[in-house]
Design a protein around this ligand. Structure first.
Ligand SMILES: [Zn+2]
Ligand SMILES: [Zn+2]
Length: 142
């Protein structure tokens, strides 16, 4: 994807803040059933890799959402913070948390096959089905 930059952000109540040293400039939306259950709608996220530092970590609760990933949220205000891969600690930070989002470009959507028909983004983006995502990211060890 595109190059990265340093981004910072916080949850709604401010008890959790973070610095992502290698935040991607591209924003992705995930339409999968789990993300939509979790957030009430598609999950808009920024790939920040493993290099994310948090303040107020005691206010982060982590939900073990699958064998390979977990989801963090602020236990004071309920803001969704990240989807994180257990194997390499890659953080997909929720796009809405960032204080400065001028550089972001919404350029990809995943699990497009699980998107309900009642909404549709008009942005021109790359789209991948769940099957395409899994076959692209499945690690050889699994
Ligand atoms: Zn909070
Ligand atoms: Zn998802």
């Amino acid at each position: 994807m595109s190059d990265t930059s340093r981004g910072k952000g916080s949850c709604l109540c401010g008890e959790v803040s973070f610095i992502a040293n290698n935040a991607s400039k591209s924003v992705g939306a995930c339409h999968c059933n789990m993300c939509r259950k979790w957030g009430g709608g598609p999950f808009m996220a920024v790939d920040c890799g493993p290099n994310v530092t948090f303040e107020g970590e005691e206010n982060i609760s982590v939900f073990n959402s699958s064998q390979w990933a977990e989801r963090g949220y602020c236990n004071k205000c309920g803001s969704h913070l990240f989807y994180r891969l257990k194997a390499n600690k890659q953080h997909m930070m929720a796009a809405g948390l960032f204080d400065d989002n001028l550089l972001f470009e919404f350029d990809h959507q995943v699990f497009i096959d699980e998107k309900p028909s009642y909404y549709c983004f008009s942005n021109k983006t790359n789209e991948m089905t769940g099957h395409e995502v899994f076959s692209r990211y499945r690690s050889p060890s699994e």
